[in-house]
Design a protein around this ligand. Structure first.
Ligand SMILES: [Mn+2]
Length: 425
């Protein structure tokens, strides 16, 4: 910092709230869980506002994608207006830019009755100076959904004698001309001379640089198991000592992909016990109010085919078990157990068929090509918001395809075993 500000300035930096984002999770199938997740982004926004009030912060900084394209609830404008008013009454200033998701959301902001002290930067950009705090806040919004060029040239140079904070929505590190989300390098941001870059867009938190600070705060509330793990916002303090940051946990509901080890299970009760243990562990270790689990049963066991056959039963049991904790939810349960490798012999025709399918059929290039074509047809029929579930790019899609094919073989074998067995538990 060029000169030391006389009075401390404290702010909360967040981004990517994606208010009213559609549910992408399998949680949809459980109405109570869907209600919890559907409300979580709003509840997180409330806790963010409450933190600003409790800690008497000077500013709330939102670096884009506050909304997820369009509002699905007519209640949202009133909700936001109320929250922003609380901040205004407590003297907390709000600085916002639009990201790729809410670039064209002017219709929404028009519905908002914005109280004074809420600064929404335009696509042209601007600077707000807080003289008494010796702080200058700069921001440039996405004007459209895509920004193929760096937005950095639109930012003014740092205001001398003040601490400078810049809000930018960017995929950071992308290549100009290839990346449409305002690519910019860490080195260029550092060179610009600001003290704190408040970034948004990437949902995973990362502190790219310290002194000056370049902070991607990450999404404050995960929306599906693809955004698993604890979430947070970043608190910044600017005083005589310079700038310090602090991560604050925020998640209302934390998604986790949990592997349940069923290796060596000889009775279904062993499988149940392993599931119970996983649920208990999650209940004890989650740092959020709620834990939302995607359980994957894995390991080599002679019960592999039964586990695959009775997935629905295990899911129901797991949901009942979780309900007893009150704050643990089962999003889904997948059976990926495999028969012990030593037992693959030619004695059992089903096992022989299974081995053949695994080793020859699903790795055959023409079969893989056909399967990929079928998968693409299915993906095209999905609503756009769900398509990424099958991978964000071709490599991810291929990996997903291989996993689905391999799982399919095990499921077919399980069904054939079950047909021959006839027994149920
Ligand atoms: Mn974004």
């Amino acid at each position: 910092m060029p000169e030391e500000p006389a009075i401390a300035f404290r702010f909360l930096h967040t981004a990517d709230l994606h208010l009213d984002s559609p549910l992408k999770s399998l949680a949809l199938k459980d109405a109570d869980l869907a209600g919890l997740i559907g409300n979580a982004s709003r509840r997180v926004f409330e806790t963010i506002v409450q933190t600003c009030l409790d800690e008497r912060l000077d500013a709330l900084v939102i670096a884009g994608d506050l909304f997820d394209r369009e509002l699905r609830s007519v209640k949202t404008p009133a909700f936001l207006t109320r929250q922003l008013r609380l901040l205004h009454e407590a003297g907390v200033q709000v600085f916002m830019i639009r990201g790729n998701h809410d670039a064209e959301a002017s219709a929404i902001t028009n519905q908002l009755d914005l109280p004074p002290g809420v600064h929404v930067f335009t696509g042209r950009g601007g600077t707000v100076t807080l003289e008494e705090k010796a702080v200058a806040v700069h921001g440039v919004s996405f004007a459209q959904r895509h920004a193929p060029n760096s937005l950095l040239p639109k930012y003014k140079p740092p205001v001398q004698g003040m601490a400078n904070i810049g809000l930018m929505h960017t995929s950071i590190g992308g290549t100009e001309g290839h990346d449409v989300y305002a690519p910019v390098s860490v080195a260029d941001l550092v060179a610009h001379g600001f003290d704190y870059w408040a970034l948004g867009h990437i949902h995973k938190r990362q502190v790219h640089h310290e002194h000056p600070f370049i902070v991607m705060p990450g999404i404050p509330q995960g929306r599906s198991v693809r955004e698993a793990g604890p979430k947070s916002v970043t608190l910044g303090t600017i005083d005589e000592g310079g700038i310090r940051i602090e991560e604050r946990h925020t998640g209302i509901a934390e998604f986790s992909a949990v592997t349940v080890n069923v290796a060596g299970a000889t009775e279904i009760e062993d499988v149940r016990a392993a599931i119970r243990q996983s649920i208990q562990d999650s209940a004890e270790t989650t740092r959020s109010e709620h834990a939302v689990l995607r359980l994957s049963l894995r390991g080599e066991t002679a019960l592999a085919w039964r586990i695959r056959r009775d997935t629905e039963t295990r899911l129901e049991e797991a949901r009942e078990e979780a309900a007893a904790y009150g704050n643990v939810w089962i999003e889904s349960l997948g059976a990926h157990a495999a028969p012990p490798s030593g037992t693959i012999t030619g004695d059992d025709p089903v096992v022989e068929l299974q081995t053949l399918m695994q080793s020859q059929v699903i790795s055959d290039p023409s079969f893989v090509r056909d399967a990929a074509a079928e998968m693409d047809k299915l993906i095209k029929k999905l609503p756009p918001g769900l398509r990424d579930q099958f991978g964000g790019d071709e490599a991810e899609r291929d990996a997903m395809l291989r996993a689905v094919l391999s799982d399919g073989v095990e499921d077919v074998a399980a069904a054939l075993h079950a047909a021959g067995d006839g027994g149920t538990e």
